[in-house]
Design a protein around this ligand. Structure first.
Ligand code: ATP
Length: 255
């Protein structure tokens, strides 16, 4: 197996008496789509926030691209190539799709959001933004205001914003949330394309999507890894079935 792009070692993060991350270790190898699943409150979002640097662990270590980034602040991790898909709430609703992506690309280049005017003018930023929009299927929607995009398109735009920072590792926190059947299918198709180009960590409740996409799945319960393996191994793991999957039809349908 290739040496890991991301290595998490014995990570611990508590909130009061709750261990949201409980001695958690995990490897993500280059090129894989690694899904993280588990019941509500299992610690998935807390883990992602520690990977991006938005939340500091109490103990343990995070290595990214061969470097210990445990104490590295979020903006520097982003420059090293670690991107989290922005939540819809962070999109600038009164700006066009291309403005949103160009501003993200500009911020990644090290400029302050305050000088976003440059993002409208600089050709290399516009070109990079247009390319990212095209990759997510929004090439024709570049000049549409975010407020006029559908929910599904806004989700795609979040991905374009993350891609504009040219990540080595893309962290996706529930990209299917709130999507209808058609929009979900579009998102799955899009992620199938993106996974060819970028390593992805996917947190998702939609098991149909997870089992359609993942090379490996890690299952969290109460902040701990209870299983990690390929989709078949996870589908057939008795502890996982008991703790989470139960008899969900989606899991067997994608066999
Ligand atoms: N800022 C916080 N303050 C206090 N407790 C928190 C905080 N963030 C998370 N927790 C607690 O940590 C645990 C893990 O929460 P987390 O949101 O990471 O789980 P999750 O797996 O992402 O859940 P979901 O699937 O519902 O999004 C929960 O018990 C939660 O209540």
């Amino acid at each position: 197996m290739a040496s890991p792009l991301l290595r998490v070692e014995n990570l611990v993060r508590s909130f009061g008496g709750i261990k949201a991350t409980d001695n958690l270790s995990l490897d993500v190898v280059p090129g894989e789509l690694h899904a993280i699943i588990g019941p509500n409150g299992a610690g998935k979002t807390t883990l992602i926030s520690q990977l991006t640097g938005q939340l500091m662990p109490n103990s343990g270590a995070i290595h990214f691209a061969g470097r210990d980034v445990t104490a590295v602040p979020a903006y520097q991790r982003s420059r090293l190539g670690l991107a989290r898909s922005f939540q819809i709430t962070s999109l600038l609703k009164d700006f066009s799709a291309i403005d949103n992506v160009a501003i993200a690309a500009q911020a990644h280049d090290g400029h302050s959001f305050r000088f976003w005017g440059a993002a409208r003018k600089e050709k290399h930023l516009r070109d990079a933004a247009q390319a990212a929009l095209t990759r997510v299927g929004l090439g024709q929607r570049a000049n549409v205001l975010v407020s006029e995009l559908s929910h599904g398109e806004q989700r795609e735009l979040e991905l374009a914003v993350a891609l504009a920072t040219k990540p080595q590792l893309l962290l996706l926190d529930e990209p299917m949330a709130g999507l209808g059947v058609t929009e979900s299918a579009r998102m799955v198709a899009l992620l199938k394309e993106l996974r060819k180009e970028v390593t992805i960590v996917l947190v998702e409740h939609d098991m149909e999507a997870v089992f359609a996409l993942a090379d490996r799945i890690t299952v969290l319960v109460y902040g701990r890894v209870i299983a990690s393996g390929d989709p078949d191994a996870i589908r057939n793991n008795e502890e996982v079935k008991r703790a989470y999957l139960g008899d969900q039809h989606a899991v067997t349908r994608h066999g």
